[in-house]
Ligand binder design. Structure first.
Ligand SMILES: [Mn+2]
Length: 353
């Protein structure tokens, strides 16, 4: 098992690569989507939560991530002794009509194939994705963690409609007509993800890239009037059974699974790691489940994190584990301190197991 750090686009810097290495990481999970585009200055200190307008603006539909920037990222990380384990999330600008089954779908499938090929050519073995219309929405922020540390949580389910021009909590078309996203059935959402996987997995296999699905965060059955895909542990199995290609894998989010109302997070870790279907792991802790939970420090929630890591090890999981979100520590570098705290705990856990 390897230790990694997830970095948002604005944080992909030599300083943060060095910080990761100093915390004992060997790998980086890189976000190339800029979740903070158009957000007020200073909004990028922690994970985005967003209001009715979402996180902000998606990238440009016609500007795919280039080979040059992917190669540069790998090179920059290597200069600090790190490997890029995965690129996390597609830009809504690059695949909104794949999510929405819209008129540009076939063009966007070709674009996603191009991105997958470039990621593979750069030597990055995985892309994490979240097949979701509402995305990560409807969370609250406050001094919820131990000692009043800033953290996020959920209190009730946001069913406000999603305006046209927005998907996955980001705005991809500022000129969209008035009105809201049409409602669809959960069967239609599963049809869309199945068609997406059928279309791109052969390309991913040739490129040496696996696709790893993040479950719904927060894991409600519906959010903002739209169905959700993986909001119970059992639905992870449905996703795996949808396509037998070895590149159809999971971005296993321990916190999101723990927030689900059914099943047990330790059983789920065991079940999916035994199948060898976990590409990489998001590790965090939480107290409560939907519709009411609060993210906590890694040692302080409902989940026995050391047991999670012991199960992964017992089942031969050899991939990367990264801290997911972490509460912000009260100091001059709240995000860094939160990550260093989580990574130190994970280092000790790795030694212990
Ligand atoms: Mn996660």
């Amino acid at each position: 098992m390897k230790l990694g750090l997830g970095l948002y686009r604005h944080a992909l810097s030599p300083e943060n690569f060095r910080f990761a290495r100093q915390c004992g990481c060997t790998h980086i999970v890189a976000h190339l989507v800029d979740y903070f585009k158009g957000a007020p200055a200073g909004a990028s200190g922690d994970q985005p939560t967003g209001g009715a307008d979402g996180w902000g603006y998606a990238g440009s539909a016609d500007a795919l991530w280039t080979q040059r920037e992917l190669d540069g990222l790998v090179k920059q990380a290597a200069a600090e002794g790190l490997q890029i384990a995965a690129v996390e999330n597609f830009d809504p600008a690059h695949w909104y009509d794949i999510l929405l089954d819209g008129p540009r779908r076939s063009d966007q499938i070709e674009g996603i194939k191009t991105i997958i090929e470039r990621v593979g050519r750069a030597g990055i073995p995985c892309i994490g994705y979240n097949f979701s219309l509402a995305g990560v929405a409807g969370r609250i922020r406050g001094p919820f963690a131990r000692g009043g540390a800033e953290a996020v949580g959920v209190e009730g389910c946001d069913q406000s409609p999603i305006p046209h021009g927005m998907v996955w909590n980001m705005i991809y078309d500022v000129h969209a007509p008035e009105g809201n996203m049409a409602s669809i059935s959960v069967a239609e959402l599963w049809r869309r993800v199945g068609a997406f996987l059928d279309d791109v997995l052969p390309t991913a296999r040739r490129a040496g890239v696996v696709l790893a699905l993040h479950p719904d965060d927060p894991p409600f059955a519906t959010l903002r009037g739209t169905p959700r895909l993986v909001y119970q542990p059992e639905l992870y199995q449905k996703l795996l059974d949808l396509n037998s290609d070895p590149g159809n894998q999971l971005e296993f989010c321990v916190g999101s699974v723990a927030e689900m109302t059914e099943g047990d997070v330790l059983e789920a870790v065991d079940r999916f790691s035994r199948q060898g279907k976990i590409a990489y792991v998001h590790l965090r802790n939480v107290r409560g489940k939907v519709p009411s939970y609060r993210e906590t420090f890694i040692d302080d929630g409902d989940v026995d994190i050391i047991r999670v890591m012991a199960i992964l090890k017992r089942n031969g999981f050899n991939g990367v584990v990264i801290p997911d979100h972490a509460p912000q520590l009260t100091c001059g570098a709240p995000w860094h301190a939160g990550m260093a705290y989580a990574l130190g705990y994970m280092q000790a856990a790795l030694r212990t197991i």
